[in-house]
Design a protein around this ligand. Structure first.
Ligand code: KIV
Ligand code: ZN
Length: 393
């Protein structure tokens, strides 16, 4: 690995944006288990919750601060004095506390949600950052709906909050509307037009309404953002957030981007399972990196290739994400190579002639059953009229 690759900070918001998913609420004990594991996995910032939202969330943030060893612990607030006071109290025990405050900046938010003026937005943003700064050194500002905010106004807001002491500027595509090119250009515009931008970190927070959250975050990083906000399994409001496992593996598998993270990628699969089981939210089987089928091959053509050389149909090593091995799934679309491979795994060395006979039986069986499992293989082989000695390995 090239040690000179620039680091992109991974800001995990599974316990905040992720936990906003209906039915996915976690209790404090479950949150502590997840936070501890995120910390161990190498996440740089853990957004532990929105402390003013409920006494339970306050308690969770406060308890998480006591057990996290390495990561910064962050609490969300609106640009409201009491939110910030409460977040500061919840973060009291954090080794590295961060307050994440902000306000809507798009025309839609200013007119329809906040019913105010652009000037008032800037004044509230400045006040919130300055007030947060009176408690902690590390203050992140989010410009809600930045994805649909006019770039010149966004730049003005950013410049003003930097003057008030913001250390990180979060540019959320709150509604998941931007195209990757557009989002990347927005980050580039801010890099080139905001005074003082060189002193802060730009952060991507992208939602997945059009399935572009990960692509947008990567476009942001290519254009100079050095923090990505994401969740395990991509959970979050509506269609979810950028998936942590996706951005981390994209940087790993595309070294020419010259970007890297601190994440121990071998933890990704277990982390995914922990979050899925704790929240009772299944991971879609075809989910990139952590889905059950991410390293499963079922068509005969692909299986033949993978058995000869894994790289023919896999662009990453399953071991790198904590999956022990690729799987060869037997279905009616599988070929002889896959059947011989799986038969060997369960203890039979079939000769070519034996394989031809067993394959005919196998296809009859597979046309009825969706997937042929190990127990079925024994049954199929025993039922086949095999000539010669059956060698058991
Ligand atoms: O999507 C969003 O804009 C957010 C902010 C609160 C950061 O989640
Ligand atoms: Zn969000």
């Amino acid at each position: 690995m090239n040690m000179n690759r620039e680091k992109v900070q991974i800001f995990d918001t599974t316990l905040r944006d992720g936990e906003q998913v209906p039915g996915c609420k976690l209790d404090t004990k479950q949150k502590l288990v997840i936070a501890e594991r995120l910390d161990k996995m190498g996440v740089d910032i853990i957004e532990a919750g929105f402390p003013v939202s409920s006494p339970g969330d306050f308690l969770s943030v406060s308890e998480i601060c006591k057990i996290v060893e390495n990561a910064t612990v962050c609490g969300l607030t609106r640009a409201v004095k009491n939110d910030i006071d409460v977040a500061a109290a919840a973060l009291k025990h954090a080794k590295k506390p961060r307050i994440h405050t902000g306000i809507g900046t798009s025309e839609s938010h200013i007119l329809h949600k906040l019913n105010t003026t652009p000037e008032d937005i800037i004044a509230r943003a400045k006040y919130a950052v300055a007030h947060a700064k009176s408690y902690v050194e590390d203050v992140e500002f989010y410009a809600e709906d930045a994805g649909r905010t006019d770039n010149a106004f966004l730049a003005k807001v950013c410049e003003e909050v930097i003057k008030s002491g913001a250390t990180v500027l979060n540019i959320p595509d709150t509604t998941g509307y931007c195209l990757p090119e557009e989002y990347g250009a927005k980050i580039k515009y801010l890099k080139e037009n905001v005074k003082g931008i060189e002193n802060v970190i730009l952060s991507c927070h992208c939602h997945n309404d059009l399935g572009m959250a990960t692509a947008n975050s990567i476009a942001g990083a290519i254009n100079g953002a050095r923090q990505i906000e994401c969740t395990i399994n991509g959970i979050g409001e509506r269609a979810g957030n950028t998936a942590l496992e996706e951005v981390v593996m994209i940087f790993k598998q595309h070294p020419y981007l010259n970007l890297d993270t601190n994440i121990n990628t071998r933890e990704l699969n277990e982390m995914s399972r922990l979050v899925s089981e704790s929240m009772g939210m299944i991971v879609q089987p075809n989910k990139a990196i952590v889905g059950a089928n991410a390293f499963a091959h079922s068509s005969g053509i692909h299986q033949d290739g993978v058995i000869k050389n894994r790289a023919t149909y896999e662009i990453m090593d399953p071991l790198d994400v904590g999956v022990n091995e690729s799987s060869i799934i037997l279905t009616a679309r599988s070929g002889r190579a896959a059947l011989a491979y799986r038969a060997k795994k369960v203890g039979y060395e079939l000769t070519k002639t034996q394989l031809d006979i067993v394959y005919i039986e196998f296809l009859k069986f597979a046309d009825i059953k969706k997937e042929v499992v190990d127990a079925d293989i024994h049954q199929i082989i025993e039922a086949s009229k095999i000539e010669g000695e059956l060698i058991r390995s």
